[in-house]
Design a protein around this ligand. Structure first.
Ligand SMILES: [Zn+2]
Ligand SMILES: [Zn+2]
Length: 536
């Protein structure tokens, strides 16, 4: 049939071929932003292109990878929660892929430092380093290639007088909770599900909007969100000292409707409500930073950069602004912290038994929102909700997010590591961005001895299961050299081409898996493949 002549509108109404490929790939559970690697077989000399999933954790970026990440997190949470034996932790040797990422990271660092020395913009290279750091973590290495900057001055050791003392016990190496025996002899190993919230900033309606926006304490809400991760750390330290063992946790940070963060925590072992109340009352985090309440330089009369000295000066007087270190040195014996973060006194705690319906429900809670940005979990629908989100964003806009934040200029202090182009209100720090609601830290916080496995180990478990199911034996990893393929390389595949390969691979893979399942159901009725039969 010869197609009739089409109008422009008719052509526009036709689906774009490329989008169909992408949507089909996503529908088949494939990554839509695959990373291309070149694999050389040292035995045969054969070179192959391998497409590995991007591993993104936001549903808006890559639904399939996000879905897999969430499933993995649930598996990690489940495995550690009711562990019966102490996890054994011995580091493995790094594999070739891990070494390759570290080598690329080294190159990126050198390029970045050269650019910095030549006073070129390092933004893109910093971003590249950040992405490589994520790949390094994803490949199963622990920690970072660079330490997190020089040690900070410690001013937090001063104890607050308005806080009760907590009995402190030496922390033993034990990580497993106690068991209890029922009259019939059954041994139970109870664990806990705990939710901690921020304090009240003023009464709110059921939709989370303030009853009186004029008196709602947005500044305190902003500061609590900025320092939420540090407060959580304090809580865990206190809990360990109070209980006297190395308490393990799997925690996720989520927003409440009032747009304040709260944390769901799966804890191995149990604590009574009375004990929790005691620990919470004694837990606080003091932020020892210069005062940031009085605006000294509003927009329009900002401090100016003095190129020759690399410092900022007051445009009216020509004097240098105090540096970050000057400002810290100025703390006298009566100085007050900029902020004291505490949890609210209301909390939710329940005991959970391994494998129970409760346990599954709680794991659902723990992973529910992980596929979204913290600011996208509750979409504002009404005018009041929009206005509340707007006021929260305003409060976060000028609140200093870190010692290097441009906002310090507004309060008459030169930020740490100053540069020429700093403008208050335009700091690029994640915490200021709407989608983060002031909390720029990690969404999932897992203690080191939770399941005794890294996320990469859990991923490897799934892969091994898949290979077994398909009856494929894994080749010796030392047979291969892995290299990242970059856009300048002759064998580089553009994204559209990669997607076609991914889609084709997926179809073959689905067929192979279906066949393996059919085989298994014929031969082995004991194995339920459908429950776990997803991509490794
Ligand atoms: Zn992906
Ligand atoms: Zn900032």
């Amino acid at each position: 049939m010869t197609p009739a002549r089409q109008t422009r509108a008719q052509r526009l109404a036709m689906p774009l071929a490329r989008h169909v490929v992408r949507d089909l790939a996503a529908e088949h559970g494939a990554c839509i932003r695959p990373v291309q690697l070149r694999r050389t077989d040292l035995d045969t000399g054969q070179v192959e292109q391998v497409l590995v999933p991007c591993g993104h954790t936001l549903a808006t970026v890559c639904p399939a990878c996000t879905d897999r990440a969430k499933t993995l997190r649930a598996a990690q949470c489940r495995e550690g929660w009711h562990l019966e034996a102490e996890p054994v932790i011995t580091p493995d040797d790094p594999d070739d892929e891990q070494q390759m990422w570290v080598e690329r990271r080294a190159q990126a660092q050198q390029d970045r430092d050269h650019a910095a020395a030549a006073e070129h913009d390092t933004g893109e290279l910093d971003e590249l380093s950040g992405e490589l750091d994520e790949q390094i973590t994803r490949s199963g290495l622990r920690g970072k290639v660079l330490p997190a900057g020089p040690a900070r001055r410690h001013r937090s050791s001063r104890r607050r007088q308005d806080t009760p003392d907590l009995p402190r016990r030496p922390v033993s190496a034990r990580t497993i909770g106690k068991t209890c025996a029922a009259p019939d002899g059954t041994i139970y190993r109870p664990s806990m599900f705990l939710t901690l919230t921020c304090d009240s900033y003023g009464p709110v309606h059921s939709d989370g909007t303030p009853a009186d926006p004029g008196t709602y304490d947005y500044q305190r809400a902003a500061r609590d969100a900025l320092h939420f991760a540090a407060l959580f750390d304090r809580f865990i330290q206190n809990l360990r000292r109070f209980l006297g063992y190395d308490v393990q946790y799997f925690a996720t940070i989520e927003p409440q409707r009032r747009l304040a963060p709260h944390v769901h925590i799966a804890i191995r072992g149990t604590v009574s409500r009375t004990e929790l109340r005691q620990v919470l009352a004694a837990t606080y985090h003091q932020v020892w930073r210069p005062p940031a309440d009085l605006v000294q330089f509003a927009d329009g009369e900002l401090p100016v950069w003095h190129e020759a000295s690399g410092r900022y000066l007051n445009p009216a007087t020509g004097e240098f602004l105090p540096t970050w270190d000057d400002a810290l040195d100025a703390f006298g014996p009566d100085a007050q912290p900029l902020h004291v973060a505490r949890f609210g006194s209301t909390f939710d705690a329940q005991g959970v038994l391994a494998g129970s319906k409760d346990s599954a429900r709680c794991i659902g809670y723990l992973t529910k929102y992980l596929t979204k940005h913290i600011g996208a979990c509750h979409q504002a629908a009404t005018d009041a909700e929009h206005a509340h989100a707007e006021r929260m964003a305003d409060a976060l806009r000028y609140e200093p997010c870190s010692p290097a934040c441009a906002n310090w200029l507004r309060f008459g202090i030169q930020p740490k590591n100053p540069r020429a182009d700093l403008r208050p209100g335009q700091c690029k720090g994640k915490a200021h961005r709407r989608e983060y609601l002031g909390y720029a830290g990690r969404r999932v916080l897992v203690s080191r001895k939770w399941s005794g496995k890294t996320l990469a180990d859990h991923r490897a478990d799934r892969k091994a299961w898949l290979l077994r199911t398909l009856g494929i034996s894994e080749a010796d990893p030392s047979r291969y050299i892995w290299q990242a393929v970059t856009p300048g390389d002759p064998d580089h595949m553009p994204p559209a081409q990669r997607l076609l390969h991914v889609l084709a691979d997926r179809q073959k893979w689905h067929a192979a898996l279906a066949e393996a399942r059919a085989r298994a159901s014929g031969q082995d009725n004991g194995v339920s493949l459908s429950a776990t039969g997803r991509a490794a």
